[in-house]
Write a protein that binds this ligand. Structure first.
Ligand code: FDA
Length: 389
């Protein structure tokens, strides 16, 4: 079979791959995008509860974890959330802000996939799904890719194969292995934006709280997030925990403030003459199951007037600084992203080209991990744009 020849080959038809393919195509390059999966951009499809939280209007370098926190600056400043919004506006795709700058489609996530796919077609990109890449070698004119559709020659090679989160829909370590083959460094990887698990002895304490969520400030190390925490049958989840998980390392303590905007000692003081039961007072701030569980730690449901100073101190500690050491995370099967990846010290922050001429890495495969809430797609769009243009 005669080898296929392209200016640019992109491996991985997910968020970053499709974006870079359509942009490179628009610039007149002969582009091929391939993916081992039969379905296009599965992660876009399942993202944001099916409505794709496609960007965050507050996306800024501080919202990303990387060994080099400055690395994202160039790409993010050249392709901002407003560039993506402009693209959606042009195609009359409507959206709304849910909370904290998070923009979601009004319709289904599929709308975003269809748009990127349409732009690829419009810009002359060749797309092939269900393709297995067997081997890649460097050649005098670029790269030779040995694949299930034959030999492909390409001047430039863009790797957009993402991370390991949700292997059930096609995530693989392909990008990391290829980087190693070309002697690029990998920052150790781990699941991030992931629920935290608890030891069986801790789970017994929270057994009847599964499904309950509450507003909280979760702190790990020097980093805190104020959002909801959710008790699950395996441990803790909810946005505040997912955010904290990206900063948490095994063995570290996390602290939960269950009433971040109020002070329980002041509330008790204001109600000191009241005959109201403690569980009733706590029920004003928490679900009854959580209020009862907190009350149970004092051994008895006293009226507020009967609470001792020691009781108030114990409640303050429990409510404002509840600490525990998670046993681990729920792993890649439940993670939204992979932390770590191809080291930014081996990549050019303006072009995403690695120290290997013509070899680029974009999106989640790179050691850049965004917060929860549209930041990871914004990185996919911005890094894709940097590589393509
Ligand atoms: P992505 O994973 O999108 O694409 C990689 C592509 O490479 C896939 O098509 C895959 O099949 C292909 N591939 C992998 N191995 C290959 C191989 N060996 N050969 C060929 N192809 C291969 N982010 C956000 O900002 N807002 C949100 O709402 C959400 N929601 C969300 C929900 C869930 C459940 C998950 C798991 C993740 C999110 N995310 C998110 C994160 C977001 O989906 C993620 O960061 C981006 O999709 C990353 O884009 P990439 O293009 O880098 O990888």
């Amino acid at each position: 079979m005669k080898p296929l020849t392209f200016d640019v080959v992109i491996i991985g038809a997910g968020a970053a791959g499709l974006m870079s393919a359509q942009l490179a195509g628009a610039l007149g390059h002969k582009v091929l995008i391939i993916d081992h999966s039969l379905r296009l951009a599965e992660k876009i499809r399942i993202s944001g509860g099916g409505r794709c939280n496609f960007t965050n209007i507050n996306a800024a370098p501080e919202c990303y974890l990387s060994q080099n926190p400055h690395f994202v600056k160039s790409a993010l400043s050249r392709y901002t959330p407003y560039h993506f919004i402009e693209l959606l506006d042009k195609f009359n795709i409507t959206y709304h802000e849910k909370t904290l700058g998070q923009l979601f489609c009004d319709g289904k996530s599929q709308t975003i996939i269809d748009l990127l796919d349409f732009l690829c077609t419009q810009n002359g990109v060749t797309r092939k799904m269900g393709v297995t890449v067997k081997n890649i070698t460097q050649s005098p004119l670029g790269f030779t890719i040995d694949s299930s559709i034959g030999t492909i020659n390409s001047g430039q090679l863009i790797v957009a194969t993402g991370g390991l989160a949700i292997p059930q829909i096609g995530a693989t370590g392909f990008g990391y292995n290829l980087a190693r083959q070309f002697n690029l460094d990998i920052v150790p990887i781990s699941p991030a934006l992931v629920p935290l698990t608890l030891d069986p002895k801790d789970l017994i304490t929270f057994a009847n709280l599964s499904g309950i969520s509450f507003n909280s400030e979760v702190t790990t190390g020097n980093t805190s997030f104020v959002e909801n925490t959710l008790f699950t049958h395996r441990g803790l989840s909810g946005p505040a925990i997912l955010q904290a998980s990206s900063y948490w390392s095994a063995g570290e303590t996390i602290s939960i403030n269950m009433l971040p905007s109020q002070n329980i000692a002041d509330i008790i003081k204001e109600n000191k003459s009241s005959n109201k039961k403690l569980s009733t007072l706590l029920g004003q701030f928490f679900s009854s199951r959580l209020a009862n569980t907190i009350t149970d730690t004092l051994g008895q449901d006293h009226s507020i007037s009967q609470l001792s100073n020691d009781d108030t101190l114990r409640l303050t500690q429990l409510i404002h600084n509840f600490t525990l050491i998670p046993s681990g995370t729920s792993g890649y099967k439940k993670a939204e992203v992979t932390k770590g990846g191809v080291s930014t010290k081996d990549l050019n922050s303006k072009t995403m080209m690695s120290k290997v001429n013509g070899l680029y890495f974009i999106g989640e495969v790179v050691d850049v991990t965004g917060w929860l809430g549209g930041y990871n797609f914004q990185w996919a769009w911005a890094s894709a744009s940097a590589a393509a243009t």
